[in-house]
Design a protein around this ligand. Structure first.
Ligand SMILES: [Zn+2]
Length: 360
């Protein structure tokens, strides 16, 4: 797929944008920024507290840490004391822990290969089938259990999608691929349950279609299966009185097309779209367009925090990228990762955020 095709997917008529297209809310609401963090289990409570305080002092509102429940139980009270929001970050559909006991819960490609036997692209791609009631129950149980942890405000979903049927354009050469069409080995889920559920509704087994990638109904069916499971998890989390957020693909338009993730129908409180522009051969104008589209879609429905990959951000610098996101309607940013920010990065970041807040 060429870059112009991605631009078409975005529905962008021209990428020449003025940075003056600020979308000021006119409100006094301060920006809320987040960080994804990994590790920390081996640190002492004092070390963790010092790190969290540093985040707090540098205009971070909330933290999305990965880790096990024991770690979460340890950091919950500390985060509460420091005054950071805490959403437990856990992979949702891509989780391999049940392959031994329940291989039938896992997604099957158009070629008939299960991710259990043949993970696509990388060894850790072990996608569950979203149609399975057992999978839904597993996710509800997991996320509602997290809700009981002291100091936790919410849960954070990641890999809440199908396998990439098409990789972001800049990643394709890394796998020696030119994905100008949906290739069967990356196209999921053709497990017996999905096929029979679809046949029941539409009268045909998707494998009997001449080209299933051309079927709007089959595409829609798969979007719907994922939306349903996510919204049932969201309902359960909300019943526990907690918030739910997710790392999603840059825009719903891109997400539906390349990972079958119709996130504008997810009933979540906050979205952190991964505006990882280098994966899409994008520049600052691309960032502006993406954030603007997301802000338009989410306005009044949910919070938008632009997900920034620090490695990508360095191309233009923190100041320019953060400004672009906020000027186009994000209510803050989420940085991947909090640990990779250096002291000088924090200096720039907190200054930019303070400045933007003054102008809001
Ligand atoms: Zn399936």
């Amino acid at each position: 797929m060429k870059r112009r095709d991605f631009i078409q997917i975005l529905g962008v008529s021209g990428l020449m944008l003025s940075t003056g297209l600020a979308c000021s809310t006119g409100s006094n609401n301060k920006l809320k920024n987040w960080v994804w963090t990994r590790g920390g289990e081996k640190n002492t409570d004092e070390e963790l507290r010092a790190f969290f305080q540093k985040l707090k002092d540098n205009r971070i509102h909330g933290i999305l840490p990965s880790g096990g429940n024991k770690f979460y139980e340890r950091i919950g009270p500390i985060l509460k004391e420091v005054g950071l929001d805490f959403h437990a970050w856990r992979w949702t559909i891509n989780r391999g822990g049940h392959m031994k006991d329940h291989p039938e819960w896992y997604a099957v490609s158009r070629n008939g290969d299960s991710v259990v036997d043949k993970p696509p692209y990388v060894g850790y791609y072990r996608w569950l089938c979203p149609s399975r009631p057992e999978v839904q129950q597993l996710l509800i149980d997991d996320y509602t259990n997290l809700c009981k942890i002291e100091g936790l405000n919410g849960v954070h979903l990641d890999y809440v999608r199908y396998c990439d049927v098409i990789l972001p354009i800049a990643l394709q050469p890394k796998y020696n691929l030119v994905q100008d069409h949906e290739m069967p080995e990356f196209d999921f889920c053709y497990c017996p349950l999905c096929r029979s559920k679809f046949k029941e509704k539409h009268g045909i087994d998707p494998l009997d279609m001449e080209d299933p990638s051309k079927s709007k109904e089959w595409h829609q069916f798969r979007l719907d299966q994922l939306v349903k499971v996510v919204n049932n998890v969201a309902d359960a989390v909300h019943q526990e009185g907690k918030k739910i957020s997710a790392a999603v693909f840059p825009t719903p338009t891109i997400a539906r097309k390349i990972v079958r993730q119709d996130w504008e129908r997810f009933n979540l409180d906050s979205f952190m779209p991964m505006v990882y522009f280098k994966d899409y051969d994008g520049d600052l104008n691309w960032v502006a367009e993406v954030v603007k589209e997301d802000a338009r879609i989410l306005k009044g429905k949910a919070n938008l925090y632009a997900g920034l990959h620090l490695g990508h951000v360095r191309e233009y610098g923190i100041e320019k990228v953060v400004n672009t996101c906020i000027e186009n309607g994000a209510q803050g940013v989420s940085i991947f990762t909090g640990h990779s920010m250096k002291d000088e990065d924090w200096q720039v970041f907190s200054k930019v955020v303070d400045q933007l807040d003054m102008n809001r």
